[in-house]
Structure formats: structure tokens, C-alpha cells
Design a protein around this ligand. Structure first.
Ligand code: GAP
Length: 537
């Protein structure tokens, strides 16, 4: 699938627009149009229902985007949430140093016998990705007369990450858009958090940050939820909301944006049960994408190598999707141990441990004790005197991006096929996430068909997002809905007037079958819920 085609369809049909486009756009920010907002909302709703309200052991939360700045000190974001960055002094462009690779071409010796070489820096998520742009870059330099060699003289290059380049070799490297060598700066750290000031004073005391993840709001509210939510371990707290990262290199359409939405769950459990819950969420989250239409041969679960793990994590896996621009992360599932709660306990000075009252009540007689204080006294001096009754819960964190999920579902749905010898473009969304669930058409604008169709439309509209269209040839109306990803077409035709049934049409197979008009709402609900197959039988 060609990414350009998807970007153009997204714009043409109102899924995704560049932000502030009338002013030339702003890099890393996107707007969702009428169809896109429904698609993304359906994805977030499906996540919320399946992860929170559909379960007995998870509750929801919606916390503020700007939080106390100490939150980000405790989480490590103030000190460590940074990418190494390289600037080009000539073009003023900025690159992520870990996505910059140097390709070195050793050329035939010059007339005076001196060895000659060319070192080009190119960007890419991987070295192969960067290498794939080398031919174009060399050809462009040749056209502009800045190559200095004949294209046919250029041999195969050797490559190395820019971060591994010795400082003294940096001066010989030509930047990705530069015309001469030596314009790239040394890598330096760049904090990805957006800073702002709270209140009228713009000084150090008023500095605050737009949250770079929703997770920390959950940890900061852990005590509140335990005290008021009647929750017992194991349980989770989920949140969906905007996050902001001043990404150095926003790219690949909405994949890496500066403002995006996350769907995060922090699942708290007893340390002894954490490995089991990790395995559970790793599997459950993978299956969620498959169930909503991502084919598992484009999805993969990649377990992090030991060296990739954060120091507090014993296991992490990424759910990755094969996008047209490469295989990239959709969601991470991390076993975070008790790192986050311990950090917030340390920085806030508030006790964030959990007391398992049920377990204590069950065991205390066997232990021959009447109070927990007695138990603590007995274990005084131990590292965890209250264990296994009072402890810092361990956390399993499935952290997903709503925009990345939307992009993956769009890529997966995009299909070109032929119907009746005519090319068509369609979006094969799962009915649960499709922006519009059904389109209702009167076959012709006479014989009472528009009135009957409108009555069905009004009935459906009370429960589903549906669309009414009476303009143009029926084939064209079907095509327009196929392109919007509407799974079902409902047509009021001549037979409706005779026997009260309407034609249902399935977007993907174009198969048609008849349904009594009185049962249309139920039929659509059953189809969305997957209770019946879209067919005539
Ligand atoms: N609390 C953990 C956390 O935030 P992360 O891997 O940095 O982990 C989780 O982010 C998810 O958020 C990613 O898998 C991705 O889906 C989404 N995400 C992160 N940065 C993003 C960006 N710049 N643009 C779009 N989505 C992003």
C-alpha cells in the first residue's frame, strides 16, 4: 500500500487534515475531520469498553494535562526524557542523532595519489531505511553539481551510526540536506517536554509541563482511587487523553506527532502475581488488535532484549505493525515493578503502599496475632516489614497510542479492487470501528421511496452514526460509502413497496440480501456485534 494514496484519501474524504493548513500547517500536528474523528472515537470507545467498563477489575480516570512539576521530577522526565539531537548549521534542520547514519564511500585516488572519500549523513529509523535514500541523495547532488565525482565512480558504502562517529571525523560529513561537509553539530540532549508557565509570572517558580504521557496522572492518583474507589488488588486504572512531546523529527503522517492521544492502563497487583499478569496483558492486548481487524501477519509481538529494558523493568514487549514505512510500535506492555509508586512516595512523602486487609484478616489467627502493628513490630528491621500484607504493588502497563492505532487501522483497511470491471477504493474497517455504520438510500427519488428511506434513517440515527444519500446513481452512492469505509448499504427499492423488505449490501463482498424494514435496527446491531454474517442466508 502506498502511503501517499492513504494521505490523499484521508484529506479528500475528511479523515485527517494537516493542522492549521490555511496558514501553511504546523509540523507534527494533525486535525481529524468528520470521518476521522468518528473513527478515532470508536477506537477509543472500544478500548474503554474492553479495558475498563467491560471488566470488574479496572476503573477509569481523567486527570489534568498540566500537573505539579514535581510529578515529572519523580517520574524521571525532567532529568531523562530527552533525545540526542544534531543541528545542521547550514540548513538549520534538526535531526535525532539516533536516526542519523553516516555512509562512507571510498573513491578512486586523486590525480596526486591522495585517497579520496565522501561521507554522507542520511536519516532513517534503521540503517536500511537510511540506505534506501542514498541513491536519490547522490543523484540530487550530482544534478546540483555538489557531488564532485561521477555517479558511476561511486562504490558501495560502509555505514555507521552518527553517534558512533569519532568527534574528529565529524567535519568530513555532509548533512542530509547540506551542500558542504562539516555543518553538523555534535549530538546534544534535548528534553521532549513542552514547557509553559502557570500564572502571571514567567520565572523558574512558575514552570510547568504539558504531560508527555497520561500514566503519571494515574500513579499520582493511586492513593485517591484506593481510598475512594472500593477497589481491591489486583486492579487497574485506565485513562485516555492527550499527551505532548516536542519530537525532534515528527514524521510518517500521524505516526510520530507532537500532540497525540494515549490509551494507558496501569494494572496494580501483588509482586508475586506480576509475572502472570504481565503474560495475561501481553496476550490480551495483542488479541485486541486482531479482533478489531488487524491481521496478525502484519502484527507482531516483540519481546525486548535484556539490554533494551529500563533498569526497573523485568519484561517489556512491543506490539508492532508493519506500516508501509516499516515495522513500528503501536503499543508497549511493560512490567514496571514498583518503580513508579516508589518514586512518587519518595518525592511526595506520602505513603503509597497497599494494605491487603482481606489477606491479613484471613492469616492473622494462624499467625497468632491480634493486630497488624504487632506484625510490624515483630518484623522490625526487615527491608519490608509488612510483607506480604502491606507492600508497594507492582505495575503492568499496557500503553497504546490512539493515533497510531487509527493509522494502523486505516492502513489495514485501505484496499483497491474491481467491481463489475470498475476499479474501486474501499476502506475495510471492522464494523465496530467504522465511522459510519450504514448508509440508507432510496433507489429513486419518487414513489414514496425517499420518505420510507428517511424513516429508516431516523430510526437508525437514534442509535448509530448513519448516513442518508438520495443523490446520483445508486452505484456511485455505493462507491462513495465504500471509500468512507461504511460496512452496510440499505436501499429502499421497488420490492420494498411490494413486500416491506429492504436491500442490505455488504461493503467488502458486495453481496446483497433482504431484511424486513421493521427489523433494520436489530439487523444492523447484530451485524456490528458480529452475531450474524453479512450474507443472504
Ligand atoms: N507510559 C509509557 C509510555 O508513554 P511510550 O512507548 O513512550 O510509553 C506509548 O508511549 C505509546 O504512545 C506508543 O506505543 C505510541 O502508540 C504512543 N506514542 C508515543 N509517542 C508518540 C508520538 N510522538 N506520536 C504518536 N503516538 C505516540
Amino acid at each position: 500500500m502506498d502511503m501517499d494514496k492513504l494521505v490523499s484519501l484521508s484529506k479528500r474524504r475528511g479523515f485527517i487534515f494537516p493542522s492549521s493548513e490555511i496558514y501553511g500547517g504546523i509540523n507534527g500536528f494533525w486535525d481529524y475531520g468528520p470521518l476521522g474523528v468518528e473513527l478515532k472515537r470508536n477506537i477509543k470507545d472500544a478500548w474503554w469498553r474492553d479495558t475498563i467498563t467491560g471488566r470488574d477489575d479496572v476503573v477509569g480516570l481523567d486527570c489534568s494535562i498540566i500537573m505539579h512539576p514535581r510529578v515529572w521530577e519523580a517520574s524521571g522526565h525532567v532529568g531523562g526524557f530527552s533525545d540526542p539531537m544534531v543541528d545542521c548549521r547550514e540548513t538549520k534542520e534538526r535531526y535525532r542523532a539516533d536516526q542519523l547514519y553516516v555512509f562512507r564511500y571510498d573513491l578512486p585516488t586523486g590525480k596526486d595519489g591522495t585517497p579520496q572519500s565522501l561521507a554522507l549523513a542520511l536519516t532513517g529509523a534503521t540503517v536500511e531505511d537510511a540506505r534506501s535514500s542514498a541513491t536519490d541523495r547522490l543523484a540530487q547532488m550530482a544534478r546540483k553539481g555538489t557531488l564532485g565525482f561521477k555517479l558511476k565512480e561511486i562504490p558501495e558504502p560502509t555505514s555507521l551510526p552518527y553517534l558512533d562517529l569519532a568527534a574528529e571525523d565529524r567535519d568530513g560529513v555532509i548533512g542530509p540536506s547540506a551542500t558542504k561537509p562539516g555543518t553538523l553539530t555534535e549530538p546534544r540532549s534535548f528534553n521532549l517536554m513542552f514547557r509553559t508557565n502557570v500564572g502571571a509570572l514567567e520565572d523558574a517558580s512558575s514552570v510547568a509541563y504539558l504531560r508527555p504521557e497520561t500514566a503519571q496522572g494515574i500513579f499520582a492518583n493511586f492513593r485517591n482511587v484506593v481510598d475512594t474507589g472500593r477497589v481491591k488488588l489486583p486492579f487497574g486504572i485506565g485513562q485516555v487523553g492527550k499527551s505532548f512531546r516536542n519530537e525532534i523529527n515528527p514524521r510518517n503522517f500521524t505516526f510520530r506527532s507532537r500532540e497525540f492521544e494515549q490509551m494507558e492502563l496501569e494494572f496494580f497487583c501483588h509482586p508475586e502475581e506480576a509475572a502472570e499478569w504481565y503474560a495475561y496483558w501481553r496476550k490480551t492486548r495483542f488479541q485486541w488488535y486482531v479482533d478489531h481487524g488487524l491481521r496478525s501477519d502484519r502484527l507482531r509481538l516483540r519481546d525486548h532484549e535484556r539490554g533494551e529494558l529500563a533498569f526497573y523493568s523485568t519484561a517489556t514487549a512491543d506490539i508492532e505493525y508493519s506500516f508501509p514505512f516499516g515495522v513500528s510500535e503501536l503499543e508497549g506492555i511493560a512490567h514496571r515493578g514498583d518503580y513508579d509508586l516508589s518514586q512518587h512516595q519518595k518525592f511526595s512523602g506520602k505513603d503509597l503502599s497497599y494494605f491487603d486487609e482481606e489477606r491479613w484478616e484471613r492469616d492473622k489467627v494462624g499467625l497468632g496475632m491480634t493486630s497488624f502493628k504487632e506484625y510490624l513490630r515483630k518484623n522490625e528491621g526487615l527491608e519490608k516489614p509488612g510483607y506480604p500484607y502491606q507492600y508497594m504493588p507492582h505495575v503492568i502497563e499496557p500503553s497504546a497510542g490512539a493515533d497510531r492505532a487509527t493509522l494502523a487501522f486505516l492502513c489495514e483497511a485501505y484496499t483497491e479492487d474491481e467491481v463489475g470491471g470498475e476499479a474501486r477504493t474501499l476502506l475495510r474497517f471492522h464494523p465496530r470501528i467504522a465511522p459510519v455504520k450504514a448508509a440508507i438510500f432510496p433507489l429513486v427519488k419518487k414513489d414514496g421511496m425517499p420518505e420510507l428511506a428517511e424513516a429508516i434513517y431516523r430510526d437508525l440515527k437514534r442509535q448509530f452514526n448513519v448516513f442518508f444519500d438520495e443523490k446520483g446513481a445508486i452505484g456511485r452512492r455505493y462507491r462513495r460509502q465504500d471509500e468512507a469505509g461504511t460496512p452496510f448499504g440499505i436501499t429502499v427499492d421497488g420490492q420494498t413497496l411490494a413486500d416491506g423488505t429492504v436491500t442490505f449490501r455488504d461493503r467488502d463482498s458486495c453481496r446483497q440480501w433482504r431484511v424486513p424494514s421493521a427489523g433494520v435496527v436489530e439487523a444492523v446491531r447484530d451485524l456490528i456485534d458480529g452475531k450474524v454474517a453479512p450474507s443472504g442466508e
